[in-house]
Design a protein around this ligand. Sequence first.
Ligand SMILES: [Fe+2]
Ligand SMILES: [Fe+2]
Length: 406
Amino acid sequence: MLLVPVESLRSGMALAMPVLHPERDDLTLLQTGYNLDDSAILHMRQFGVTHVWVSFPGLDELDEHASPRVNLGHMELLRVLNRSVDDLERRVSVKVNVHHYKRAVHHMLGEIVANPDHDPVTNQLAACGPSLAGHLANTAYLSLLIGAHLAGYLRNQRRSLPPDLAENTAQLGMGALLHDIGKVSMPEEFQSRCILDPEAQWPEYRNHVKTGYDEVRDHVSPVAANVVLHHHQRYDGSGFPRKKSLGSEVITGFEGSRIHVFSRIVAAVDVFDHLLCPAGKPVPTVIALHAIRGERFKGWFDPVVLAALCRLVPAFMVGSLVTLSDGSTAAVVHNHPEAPCRPTVRVLNKPVDAQGARASRQLDLRLCRDLSIAAVEGVDVRKCLYLGEFETPSLDAGLGAVFEAA
Ligand SMILES: [Fe+2]
Ligand SMILES: [Fe+2]
């Protein structure tokens, strides 16, 4: 199967996965197997669907790859958040929804544990990004995914707890799900602001961590509440809140491993989600991954967490379409962690929306040094291709380095 932008769909393509309503996961717009016609394609556009999985000749090998259950878990988070952000705006207490948050987090955790090696569906993340609820759902999903792959690190960083409790990420999920909830009561012009904007320096913006913390502290565990308070602490000690910055209450800014590991995870995922959708417009994942490794964010993140994020989120998702440097269109069929920007692809014989289009010749881009990926859905990514060998160390290597330093 192939992930096709809605603009490139044509009549006769058959859906390989159900199409859910972008904002209401209780509404399935079209079922698996549905044969698309012009009217269905038009309706999907009108509903704001951006991509759909279709069966595609030559790509049957990918049918096992996507994990619809994880997608549904992510949509469940989004549904709960859409409702609760709505409730908060209408000044219904956070307390009302804590039960639903917990259920959604446990549901998502269960799906991740059952499918630990699925590729995060980053196109879905970017599609959710511009709204606060979408951002909270994305952050919770990716934070839980990273937590699931860093069990050893969590045990190390939470040594005062028995191993099974140290590995338990339910409070990570809760904290991530609520981390920006303080933005809801901000003046409207700040609500859409994020840490990447110049306005993030303003005290009004920075207060969202304390406002959020005050809103949730009596309703969730101290660990989850502290994620809300400290999700903008940076590993190098910058970030906020800073000591004595919050009126009469003294809150110390932390650095390094003094920041709770859950806050360190949410801090990295928070920025990454904003990078996926800067200025409200989704960009190819490779651009966000390139950016988060750049000079701008030097010192911001726990290196083990950053390495985990870069290793878990593929630069080019299996099943997605890319344009190669010779102008041909290809589908990504296999990723190589040691060379994240040189996946194995299958070249399409014709444009994806042409009659008779199929994936044929397979190329391992690690072995084709004269070819590279040039663009994703028309966006030039050549300046964002990165090497993986040393920039994404194996998690074991990352852990070793941190353990030695500790
Ligand atoms: Fe925030
Ligand atoms: Fe955030």
